[in-house]
Design a protein around this ligand. Structure first.
Ligand SMILES: Nc1ncnc2c1ncn2[C@@H]1O[C@H](COP(=O)(O)OP(=O)(O)OP(=O)(O)O)[C@@H](O)[C@H]1O
Length: 628
């Protein structure tokens, strides 16, 4: 066989392959994605040429094959696509689409992974050199009178084009796998990579064969007979549901697809089919999962595809942050995959896509709410977190969600924001005209406070998830004339300040005396005694932390830039109900009996707050035993 041409791949300066290898080593598995998608492209091109009447031959059954030969240490990717002439190889393969290694290195400085550069430089084909030290192309073009061509290159800038041996239309890419990459000669490894990147490619991809049991007539007893036969192992589904019209799909189709993507997950709550072609192209299906407690585990479950080729499951900048817990697939050829993250954030398509997804999610929730409120309420436990997170982080989402966000109270009733305001405004408006919403973040711990509030016919919301602190702040900013207080931030009578005041039964001197007695009885630091005139039915002693102080401390603890408050010692109010009969009893008592009664009352209040521990708890128990 005579050599037709020897030459240099047109890159200036030195060899780029060592650079490719060095920089891209971490995800060298993408060579298969690149070569298989080139093969798929070639098959689709011949189909298109056929339908345009520019190719009159037999298009045949489109097929891409991946084969491995362990002995020869080769991986071959074959297609029956349009093939290439020797001229085309020179044009498309030899002229690497950038001007040189120096530009490459310059541009690649900020890139974090191979994805970011491979496509950008039209290097898809050359990713083969990440795993092979010799790459061979055997190809036959569809064009009339074409000769088969062979190209071979050992990873230097030198190549060789000769006559080829291919007798049917299409291309074989043969990789002679290098020493470091022998793991790719394992079928299981290749299967895994194909599953990851090629599972939904639009052309059937064959990877070896598999045994299948098929029905073959009946036996003497009339029972079906089965025969084991070898069939092609087609690794992909060529038309996944996101490429179809929603009208052609049933709920079962969506659920099956979900099961295929996340085999061991619980059923999703509902889903949204995305489908736009202007001003950007995007299709996909997003599922609302049933949330578990471990949110981190559930992030990064959205897979990003470009024309059915898997690209990444890091969709952080494409999907709004608050929807990162959704699962599913997004497919868009319009997302720039080959640029750095900071560029992505500024990209106008990405912004539009972000807004579109947010809007679709809001519309879907509004629709579910309007169509079947009961079903929506049943799901609220799971979707509440998305909705609240969305309301906090995206203004536009807040505006839509304010009509379908729900607030739940300690009686397990759910209200929309307007409904809740209407419910509580009559009783819970303070003397300044502000409506006060009360909430608990731990209903069992704050039970005594909840009961006191309920006695006054106040309603208490349950806002006990980690996101609720932020949600409360957001609501206060957005809702007019509304303040939100934790139910234990004050004694019930003072939670909502009214004009009417309870009469004190104590004289001024008695107030002083009671204050002194209790101050002596308290051993914990940071406790402020205050004598208040409450309903005689209320508890004699109540310990509270001021709402403002508590929030500042919570924020400091979460690293919210409130360091100053974080360093402040805890400070509590000890409210003594001057109208309680125990207080008159204490006033009448003397000496040790008096101080013991006061101590006992304070300890009971501490106990109710879960603040009585250690030696103090032990002392309380012995004192209690004495008293009974
Ligand atoms: N299997 C094939 N059959 C026919 N032509 C091919 C095949 N593989 C590669 N080519 C040709 O070689 C060109 C270069 O391929 P390469 O993968 O380097 O870049 P690309 O596919 O154009 O872009 P990218 O892969 O970066 O998205 C292709 O555009 C195509 O014309």
């Amino acid at each position: 066989m005579s050599i037709q041409e020897k030459g240099n791949i047109s890159i200036h300066t030195e060899n780029i392959f060592p650079i490719i290898k060095k920089f891209l080593y971490s995800d060298n598995e993408i060579f298969l994605r690149e070569l298989v998608s080139n093969a798929v492209d070639a098959v689709q091109k011949i189909k298109r040429l056929g339908s345009l009447g520019q190719f009159n031959g037999e298009v045949g059954q489109p097929l891409v094959q991946v084969a491995v030969d362990k002995e020869a240490k080769t991986i071959t990717i074959s297609d029956n696509g349009l093939g290439m002439t020797a001229e085309e190889i020179k044009k498309y393969i030899n002229q690497v689409a950038f001007s040189g290694a120096s530009e490459f290195v310059e541009k690649f400085k900020d890139a974090k992974d191979a994805n970011e550069i491979i496509g950008k430089f039209g290097l898809g084909f050359y990713s083969a050199f990440m795993v092979a030290d010799l790459v061979e192309i055997q190809t036959l073009s569809y064009q009339d009178g074409s000769e088969p061509a062979r190209w071979v290159c050992d990873g230097s800038t030198e190549f060789e084009i000769t006559e080829g041996t291919k007798t049917t239309r299409g291309t074989d890419i043969i990789l002679h796998v290098n020493k470091d990459s022998e793991e790719f000669l394992e079928e299981s490894k290749l299967q895994e990579i194909l599953d990851k990147y090629a599972k939904f490619l639009p052309v059937p991809i064959k990877f070896g064969t598999k045994t299948q049991s098929i029905e073959d007539g009946v036996d003497e007893e009339g029972k079906a007979k089965y025969n084991d036969v070898e069939v092609d192992n087609i690794i992909n589904t060529t038309n996944p549901i996101w490429t179809k019209a929603p009208a052609d799909l049933s709920d079962e189709d969506y659920l099956n697809f979900y099961r295929e993507l996340y085999p061991f997950s619980e059923e999703p709550l509902f889903w949204i089919h995305l489908n736009v072609d202007y001003p950007f192209n995007l299709t996909g299906v997003l599922y609302f999962p049933k949330l578990k407690n471990d949110f981190e585990m559930q992030r990064n479950k959205i897979k990003l595809y470009s024309r059915q080729v898997f690209i990444t499951d890091e969709v952080k900048d494409i999907v709004p942050e608050f929807l990162m817990l959704l699962h599913g697939v997004i497919d868009s050829p319009d997302i720039p995959l080959n640029v750095s993250r900071s560029f992505l954030q500024a990209d106008s398509n990405v912004k539009k896509i972000n807004n579109y997804i947010t809007k679709k999610v809001a519309d879907k929730l509004a629709e579910l709410f309007a169509k079947d409120r009961k079903a929506y309420e049943d799901k609220w436990k799971d979707i509440g977190i998305f909705v609240k997170y969305g309301m906090i982080s995206e203004e536009k989402f807040y505006d839509k969600a304010k009509d379908f966000a729900l607030l739940g109270n300690t009686k397990n009733e759910l209200f929309t924001l307007p409904e809740y305001k209407e419910k509580v405004a009559p009783l819970q408006t303070d003397k300044n005209g502000s409506v006060v919403y009360l909430y608990t973040n731990d209903a069992s711990k704050q039970d005594a406070f909840i009961q006191s509030a309920n006695k006054k016919d106040y309603d208490v919301l349950v806002l006990d998830s980690p996101i609720d602190n932020h949600f409360i702040n957001q609501l206060e900013q957005k809702l007019e004339k509304t303040s939100i207080k934790r139910v234990d931030s004050s004694v019930a009578d003072k939670l909502i300040e009214k004009d009417e005041v309870n009469e004190h039964v104590l004289s001024e001197d008695q107030v002083k005396e009671v204050t002194e007695i209790f101050q002596k009885a308290i051993t914990k630091p940071g406790m402020q005694v205050e004598i208040v005139a409450l309903n005689p039915d209320e508890l004699p002693v109540t310990i509270t932390m001021d709402e403002f102080m508590r929030r500042m401390k919570d924020m400091a603890a979460m690293g919210g830039g409130m360091g100053f408050y974080g360093q402040m010692p805890d400070s509590y109010k000890v409210a003594i109900n001057g109208n309680h009969k125990l207080v008159s009893k204490i006033l009448k008592a003397e000496g040790e009996e008096q101080s013991n009664l006061a101590k006992q009352a304070v300890d009971l209040a501490l106990l109710a707050q879960g603040m009585l521990t250690g030696a103090e708890l032990t002392a309380f128990v012995s004192r209690s035993v004495e008293l009974i």
